[in-house]
Design a protein around this ligand. Structure first.
Ligand code: PLP
Length: 407
């Protein structure tokens, strides 16, 4: 199908996706088969050796999952993609593709708690060491490279602080030291950011979030060159077994068709909410790349097509006030995860980033009062009304305590 000029939204609907040959079904068939029959032994050998397209055993690939993989590779602008059973499977597989015992990895400071755990707790058990480094500071990154450093891993914008990193500059620096750059682009989706075009070697996603977008699948994706993706398929996930199954690949293919619409609404709502929070007297700090005061606002505008749906903030009164605020919400739900249609709030210090020791959390800027909000697809006015009533509870408390209203 000729689609050289199709835009992103058209590719998200039609890319790598033809009606089923036998039934002419428009939506993608779910093929749960584990085993595939071959006409002869030579064909079987060619498929196993990767010399001929096809599936041969469920752990190494599946036709429904392959449709998703082709589609994501196309949307992300990469040669190949592999679908995996979770975002953490994608992150660990991407890192293990480059690292072995005796190697060192550089990781940006404020990363998702699961990534922190893998690098700080699990990888060392296999002889892999790490340094967390402030990747907004290129000199600090260059200084942290060790003779045995084998990869640079970043997340941008970061979870939960929305730090934006200069991918072109980091790719240049990594390549000048012979290192691959791996980027967790979960907060952006290929709709808003294309790390491979900026020089990254691998892109990883938790497809659990915006790519599927409906809060009913746990999945991950790695996109990059054929050599590395083949290695991950055969050696890493082939041996560790974190394959993505057909049913979940189907759900993601379904979610993908509305990704552009959804992501643009998330972004529009998040911008309105960040501006509302910034002007509220009970809010002391707001982290959102779409605000002019964000430290990397200009970089974000140059590197990203939209600012994403996550807003983090602190309320006056720290942890106790933050808890009261969250407990007072009526529309937004207290919940893990992000990128769902529902607005979700969570408290990183006791929830997603709980396993990071308090001293490290503070070093990374994750204060005890920080609240992360995944702005949903509800009407922005309704979300703001909910915030207004919950923040109002804090003002009542302050008035009660001090006999005056904060300015
Ligand atoms: C930025 C980021 N990367 C990776 C993950 C891990 O994804 P999963 O839960 O699909 O393993 C998460 C989960 O919240 C995340 O926020």
């Amino acid at each position: 199908m000729a689609h050289a000029n199709w835009s992103f939204d058209t590719l998200a609907v039609h890319g790598c996706h033809q009606p089923d040959e036998r039934t002419r079904a428009v939506s993608q068939p779910i093929i749960p088969a584990v085993a595939y029959a071959f006409p002869d032994t030579d064909t079987a050998a060619e498929v196993v050796a990767g010399q001929r397209e096809g599936a041969y055993y469920g752990r190494y690939g599946n036709p429904t999952t392959q449709t998703l993989e082709r589609k994501i590779a196309e949307l992300e602008g990469g040669e190949e993609c592999i679908g995996l059973s979770s975002g953490m499977a994608a992150i660990s597989a991407a890192l293990l593709a480059y690292l072995q015992a005796g190697d060192h990895v550089l990781v940006t400071r404020d990363v998702y708690g699961g990534t922190y755990n893998f690098v700080a707790l699990t990888a060392p058990r296999f002889g892999i060491t790490h340094s967390f480094v402030d990747c907004t500071n290129l000199e600090a990154v260059a200084a942290a490279v060790q003779p045995n450093t084998k990869a640079l891993f970043v997340e941008t914008p970061s979870n939960p602080l929305l730090t934006v990193l200069d991918l072109r500059a980091l790719a240049g620096l990594a390549h000048s030291r012979g290192l691959p750059l791996i980027v967790d682009s979960t907060f952006m989706t290929p709709c808003l950011q294309k790390p491979l075009e900026l020089g990254a070697d691998l892109v990883v996603h938790s497809a659990t979030k915006y790519i599927n977008g409906h809060g009913d699948v746990v999945a991950g994706l790695v996109v990059g060159c054929k050599r590395i993706i083949d290695f991950i398929r055969k050696r890493i996930t082939g041996d560790l077994g974190q394959n993505l199954n057909a049913w979940e690949a189907f759900l993601i293919l379904r979610g993908l068709k509305t990704m552009g619409l959804r992501v643009r609404t998330h972004c529009g709502n998040a911008q309105r909410i960040a501006e509302y929070l910034q002007n509220h007297p009970s809010v002391s700090k707001v982290h959102y790349p779409g605000l002019a005061g964000h430290p990397q606002h200009h970089l974000a505008k140059a590197q990203m097509k939209g600012m994403g749906g996550i807003v983090s903030f602190e309320v006056e009164g720290g942890l106790a006030a933050g808890k009261k605020f969250m407990d007072s919400l009526k529309l937004a739900m207290i919940s893990f995860s992000l990128g769902d249609p529902e607005t979700l709030v969570q408290h990183p210090a006791t929830m997603t980033h709980y396993s990071i020791p308090a001293a490290d959390r503070l070093k990374f800027g994750i204060t005890d009062g920080l609240i992360r909000m995944s702005v949903g697809l509800e009407d922005a006015g309704d979300i703001i009304a909910d915030l207004e009533q919950a923040l109002g509870q804090l003002q009542h408390k302050e008035e009660h305590a001090h006999g005056s209203k904060t300015g």
